[in-house]
Structure formats: C-alpha cells, structure tokens
Design a protein around this ligand. Structure first.
Ligand SMILES: [Mg+2]
Length: 229
C-alpha cells in the first residue's frame, strides 16, 4: 500500500499575517501618541520606506529618543488589548483558513501577542474553532526558541511544519530553528525587504498560501517501497 503524503502542519503568525493590526495602530500612533509625545521626527510618508527594515533598523531610524520607545510600545500594547476585537482580518484570510481546514490541514498560531487578544479577534470573526492550538509567547524576541518549544510540545519534527509570517524577524527565527517559512508581503515588512532575507516562499496575498501548502503536501509523498529498492 503506498503511503499517503503527509500534510504539513501550518503554524501562523498573528499580527500582520492574519489580522491587520498595523493600520489601526498607525492611526493611533499618529493621531494620539505623536502629538502627546511631541514627536516631530516622523511622518506618515516615511512609514512605507521603513517597511523594508528590520525592527532594530526601524527603531534606530525613527530616532524619537530611546527613552520614549518603551513607553510608546507599552501604550500601543495597552490600546491594542482594548481594541483588538475591532481589528479587521486581511482580505481572503477567512477563506484561506476555512479551505485549509476543509482540506484537512492542522492549523496553529504562534504569536508574540497575548492569548486573550488572539482568541477575542478570532472569535469575533468566527474562526477560533478552526485552530487546533494557540501559543502566545508574550515577547517580541526568541521566536526561534518558541518554535522549537512548540515542536516538542506537539511532538513534531522540523520537516513536519511550515511557518507563515510577515516579518524579516520571522525569516531569521525560522532559519535559526531550521523550519520552512512562507513570508507574506502584505503585513509589516515589504516584499523587497523580505526578499533580501531569502524566505523559502514569498507570497503577495493570503490565498497564495493555499497553493504553496498544497505543493508542499504533494512533494512530501515518500517513494513507494518497490521504487525505493
Ligand atoms: Mg507578524
């Protein structure tokens, strides 16, 4: 009996991959925080340029004073906890999630956001049931270690999974953890920025994730014993 091809387990990032948290966060930054902190060094026009940068380059370039950064991040997080329920999912994300699930893929989330935020947003969009597990790390860094921890928890091999994320640091984390990544260019980092870091796959739209995952699934068919001999 030929073995069935193994379906890759899909681990999604949350912010910038499933949910568009940046559009409302930028709105809050420009309408509330920038006037409140009297920041003059950044304009909306600069934001697009910054999308090809890593997080460190980005913070360095903005130059509004290191002392203000932790407070601004804290304020954005607090605001996001409160209003995340109203954040929109990217176009075609619900269709992507539902068709992956319908085709028998197991879906998980690994995020630096908080579990209750992820659950609130997904419940609001009636997608919570589609995910098998949610792993919230509550920190911006060390995603590679979190990925390896998750593999151990789910009792999976590195080659069983594929990660889907929107940032350069997601590519860096997957490289360190030796895990495949599908980068999406509609989130924080631009297509040009992501390409420089050579993700395994780069897609422009959520629905393109489906065809890549299907391709990985069919490529994973092991040779039949007769052929292997
Ligand atoms: Mg993200």
């Amino acid at each position: 009996m030929p073995q069935q091809p193994k379906k890759p387990i899909i681990i999604f990032d949350f912010d910038g991959t499933l949910v568009d948290s940046f559009t409302p966060a930028l709105e809050y930054l420009f309408t509330t925080l920038i006037p409140q902190f009297k920041i003059t060094e950044i304009s909306r026009a600069q934001i697009d340029q910054l999308r090809s940068q890593t997080l460190f380059q980005l913070i360095k370039k903005i130059r509004f004073g290191w002392l203000k950064v932790p407070l601004i991040i804290w304020k954005i997080n607090r605001w996001s906890d409160q209003y995340a329920w109203s954040f929109a999912l990217y176009d075609h994300v619900p269709e992507l999630i539902r068709s992956l699930k319908k085709h028998g893929y197991s879906l998980h989330i690994l995020t630096s956001n908080k579990t209750f935020v992820v659950e609130t947003v997904l419940r609001h969009h009636q997608l919570l049931e589609e995910f098998t597990s949610i792993h919230a790390s509550g920190g911006l860094f060390n995603k590679d270690k979190k990925l390896l921890q998750l593999l151990r928890q789910l009792n999976l091999q590195k080659s069983d999974i594929v990660y889907v994320g929107d940032e350069i640091r997601d590519i860096q984390a997957c490289r360190r953890a030796d895990v495949r990544i599908i980068s999406v260019s509609y989130g924080l980092n631009s297509s040009a920025g992501l390409r420089q870091f050579k993700p395994d796959f780069l897609v422009e739209e959520p629905r393109d994730v489906f065809s890549i995952v299907e391709k990985l699934h069919h490529e994973s068919t092991p040779p039949s014993p007769a052929l292997a001999d």
